[in-house]
Design a protein around this ligand. Structure first.
Ligand code: SF4
Length: 406
């Protein structure tokens, strides 16, 4: 979401006449988009803000603004801690100027061939560890027609793939008058000429419906990739996290997805070291991950976020070293699993949407979201290319161009 919003903030500033500079020192306007989902992210933004103090002292005419989840509804304390910041504004808002314009209504000027489209903001779930509902507020969906018009415009600007974003995309439409759901939105977007791929992030195991799984299975533009955060393999930890589902339900959901969507790539998120997580409970998570064999696992060590239910009710009592050990263990397990899953693609031909160049190689992604590098002299950005995979690793694939599609 932050990536999408940064892209739109950049376009907004361009509309006001600003141009990007290579360094902060050359800038007249510095805008930091913050994330506080974990303590490490919060530390990064605070360090960055402190590092900008000498520059602001040297050039007081610079405008320094901060947005993102560091900014809550009461900014007094932030203003006191960071008096050198000129503006704080809430995530999803615009810095100044266009009154009542929401950031999501500003289109990226030079979008990548694969770009993001926020479809629902906020979250009503209040998982006990999560700060998001406190910073991004309650769920608010954008109407289907508004999203459809935007995607059509993005296609005219060269976009081939859109990723629909929401903290919980399964809640999409609950707050709209005619209550469309994500499957309805996918049906609508699937009819847009020139659009090749549709992806979405992030689902919630408690809310994901059979109707949505069927839509992914049947709509040709909707890609075979699903991110379904499990967070823990222990039912008692899931309960303390207030996730609203059990391991058994999660397992069934994965089975349904795999049976209906052949070749689907599944990713998940896991938190280790949630308060009082025992070795046995951690082992349940490890064993669930070995059983379900995800393409990607994002693992994070629990860190208490002020104001959340977990930070009020539970002591952060798993030592830091132990959290790190559990995190490493999952990373090692997943490295082995991803190595095997990706090795199966060796010698196969996959469709890649080329997004750009990294050093001397083109890079793009398959429909299942796998990163592919290609050495080829041709000019491919924004094109769908068939690539024969020659080398695989747990993190990416490499191959040669077979032929260009369109
Ligand atoms: S569903 Fe996701 S965004 Fe919402 S409270 Fe839970 S973890 Fe946070």
């Amino acid at each position: 979401m932050n990536k999408a919003e940064s892209e739109r903030l950049g376009s907004y500033l361009e509309q006001l006449g600003y141009r990007a500079t290579a360094t902060a020192e050359e800038a007249d306007f510095i805008l930091l988009n913050s994330c506080v989902v974990r303590q490490s992210a919060e530390n990064r933004i605070i360090n960055k803000l402190n590092a900008l103090k000498p520059l602001k002292r040297l050039r007081p005419e610079i405008t320094l603004a901060v947005t993102g989840c560091l900014v809550n509804s009461k900014t007094d304390q932030l203003k006191e801690s960071f008096p050198h910041v000129d503006h704080f504004f809430k995530p999803g808002d615009c810095p100044t100027g266009i009154e009542k314009t929401k950031l999501e209504q500003i289109l990226p000027q030079h979008p990548s061939p694969a770009t993001f489209v926020p479809v629902i903001q906020g979250c009503d779930n209040f998982c006990s560890f999560c700060i998001v509902p406190y910073r991004r507020g309650r769920e608010k969906s954008r109407p289907v027609a508004e999203i459809t018009d935007e995607v059509k415009e993005l296609v005219l600007r060269g976009v081939k793939e859109v990723t629909l974003l929401g903290q919980n995309v399964d809640s999409y439409g609950n707050d709209l008058v005619d209550k469309p759901d994500l499957a309805d939105l996918l049906h609508e977007l699937n009819t847009i000429d020139g659009l090749a791929r549709i992806c979405f992030l992030t689902n919630h195991p408690k809310d994901m419906s059979t109707k949505l799984i069927d839509a992914v299975a049947h709509l040709d533009k909707v890609c075979e990739q699903i991110c379904l955060p499990v967070q823990s393999g222990s039912n008692s930890i899931l309960k303390a996290m207030r996730r609203g589902y059990t391991v058994e339900h999660y397992r069934q959901l994965i089975a349904e997805i795999r049976s209906k969507i052949p070749g689907v790539a599944l990713s998940t998120d896991v938190i280790v070291g949630f308060p009082s997580e025992t070795e046995e409970q951690f082992r349940q998570t490890l064993s669930l991950l070995s059983e379900l064999r995800f393409d990607t696992v994002h693992v994070a060590a629990y860190s208490p976020r002020a104001g959340t239910i977990a930070s009020r009710e539970y002591e952060d009592n798993v030592p830091q070293d132990e959290k790190r050990r559990r995190q490493n263990k999952i990373e090692q397990l997943e490295e082995g699993i991803a190595t095997e899953i990706n090795a199966r693609l060796s010698g196969k031909t996959v469709e890649v949407l080329v997004e750009g160049k990294k050093k001397d190689k083109w890079q793009g992604r398959t429909r299942s979201g796998k990163l592919v590098f290609v050495s080829d002299k041709g000019n491919h950005p924004g094109q769908l290319v068939n690539i024969r995979i020659e080398k695989t690793s747990p993190w990416s694939l490499q191959g040669k161009v077979e032929n260009k599609q369109h």
